[in-house]
Design a protein around this ligand. Sequence first.
Ligand code: NAD
Length: 491
Amino acid sequence: MRSSRIEVSGVLVSTDHYIDGQRVSSSETFELLSPIDQQVLGNISEGLDEHVEAAIRSANSAFPSWSSMSAADRKVYLDRFADEIGKRSDEFCRVESTDAGLLLSRMRHGVVPRAMLNIRWFAEHALDLQNRPIETEQAHHRVRHDPAGVVVIITPWNSPLLLSTWKLGPALAAGNTCIVKPPEWAPLTCSLLADAADAAGLPQGVLNIVQGTGGKTGAKLVSDPRIARVSFTGSVPTAKWIAQAAGANLVPCSLELGGKSPFIVLEDADLDGAAATGALMYRNAGQVCLAGTRFLVHERVAEAFVARMREHVKQLAIGDPRDESTEVGPIIHPRQIERVEGFVQRAVAAGAELLWGGSRHPFGAQYFQPTMLTNVKQGDEIVQNEVFGPVLTLQTFADDSEAIELANGTDYGLGGVCYGETAHATDVAERVRTGFIWVNSFGIRDLNAPFGGIKRSGIGREGGDWSFEFFCDVKDVVVPKKPFRASFSHR
Ligand code: NAD
């Protein structure tokens, strides 16, 4: 079929699927808007049943040879894949900035280097994955990590390149074949990933990209009994749906979901440091799952902290994400900014007080002012539910136990931040129930470390060995050290 390409910020991007090493267009498309100015970027091929079927067949056919290749041989391909991402760095930056509204500067210095590392690091670490020995008196246990099969990867719009490669790296390195369903509000960098994979010579069918909306294409993919794993990042309602659909076939899912993470400022905190980090919570216009969005500040330092943070927030450069000096960009879609606005209006109507922000920003229709609400109660919607926009709340506490109670008082349990004297802050951090928490810092992530949430923030861990545990079938091959004599009394 004809390949269609659109020009986005000077880069030609295919709007077609990538199935079995070929570009495939669809008779149905969906319209893609830029969050910056709501310009139509193009019409994207929608994944129909026939495309899902073709991708699953292709990934299944590619599996025997890709999975039986040595990890070292796969690493050769995957290093080339990372190289090809690197060669297209500027294209990835420009396209994701226009398509998803991510800051160009962050794409250049953070996301693209990390995307390359996601592929390289897991390819390297897969080399010693097989045959981890356990020696006992009785036997040699050769614990194998065998690739599971066809992996479906579903990602959200708030960081499509980073999140797709975070899952693709370990899944491919371990010997699985993959089908990625990119987010419909920002699918274009996944399309560029297909170009990079193609140029790297990845065997056909090893990586397939099927675009489409969640309820149609995504739902069809995750319900198919021929798939072996679903790795999903997104919202809680979608995760519940996916878990049921995949669960019907007993297909394991890794679910990385939303958050309502606490940002705790203890009485002995460095208030300037905490306030500067606090302003970072507006990065990506607050569309960051791991942001600390509930500020819990000791009552004796609350006023001083608010004054300092207000100064940092005033200085934030709000504007076009393609401008290297911008610090806060747009909200992805008209539906999302309406949602954000609705949260703020309902909170104010319920008695919350605005410390700053509260409405749309004059820069453009898709921009919302960095906002902080106080005079909120623990049971309020604004405290309990994820806004996924530049909207934070502030509550005060009198002592550590109250801080911890407030921190733990939502259904979410993704991350957290705790500022205070290091030993004190570490002690408090250890008592907060989340998947991870940063002490006197924010956003430090290492590929060796586990990542994921508890409670409604997710099921499972990815990162380091945890990724391999998920994407592999673990098998214990037991070889006795002495000749084995069969006996009914033998345990
Ligand atoms: P979403 O759940 O609406 O969509 C995520 C993806 O799921 C999209 O690709 C969508 O097309 C697909 N999808 C939707 N319905 C589906 C279905 N029935 N079957 C299969 N796929 C389906 O989430 P979103 O609004 O795109 O993203 C924002 C959410 O993602 C927030 O809750 C945020 O906290 C979360 N998130 C979590 C992490 C993390 O690592 N924990 C990282 C980033 C974002």
